[in-house]
Design a protein around this ligand. Structure first.
Ligand code: BTN
Length: 178
């Protein structure tokens, strides 16, 4: 890996951490807050691509796991990974790969089609993983978990648009931009 790639990865990890400093908004009906940090995860996937994006997110999650308070609201440590939001953290690790696989269908040529692909990978699949985790870990009925997750859709859709706009601005060689 070249110095330039390492720098790109570190910069995006820093962006994810900075976005985590914006306080989460707790919700009464689901033990999962609204956060801005997943915008950074989307940017990692869209700007850096599947490999570098995954390294960037993995680095961020590793820092959280070993106790650096980098998750939204200053959360950290293994407890965060086994708690109600653990499924989303798993989803975040998969996001760069999911975003790129769902954006790479041959028929997806227009920007809006690629954006839809990014939305499927970064929002739909992550929310489904998060809901399944809530059901298995917290005993919340799957249908309630899925319905509660609808509250995230408008904000997360806006984040996908922002991440795609960032992706169009920040052109990184060898990465096929949105
Ligand atoms: C954590 O900080 O431990 C993870 C928080 C996960 C929040 C999820 S990510 C997808 C959805 N959109 C949001 O704004 N919040 C949830």
């Amino acid at each position: 890996m070249k110095i330039r790639e390492i720098t790109q990865i570190a910069l995006v990890t820093a962006v994810i951490i900075v976005l985590g400093m914006i306080p989460p908004i707790p919700l009464g009906f689901i033990p999962v807050p609204i956060v801005l940090q997943n915008l950074g995860i989307m940017i990692a996937g869209i700007v850096l691509g599947p490999k570098r994006g995954t390294v960037s997110v993995a680095l961020f999650l590793f820092l959280a796991l070993i106790g650096f308070p980098v998750l939204s609201g200053g959360q950290a440590g293994p407890a965060a990974f086994v708690g109600p939001t653990g499924g989303y953290l798993v989803g975040w690790l998969l996001t760069p790969a999911l975003v790129w696989s769902s954006m790479s269908f041959k028929f997806m040529k227009q920007s809006w089609e690629k954006m839809t692909g990014a939305w499927i990978g970064a929002v739909l699949i992550v929310d489904i993983i998060g809901s399944l985790w809530l059901t298995i870990g917290s005993g919340m009925p799957l249908i309630s978990a899925l319905l509660s997750n609808l509250v995230f859709i408008p904000g997360d859709t806006l984040k996908v648009v922002v991440a795609c706009l960032v992706g169009q601005r920040v052109r990184i060689p060898k990465i096929n931009q949105v």
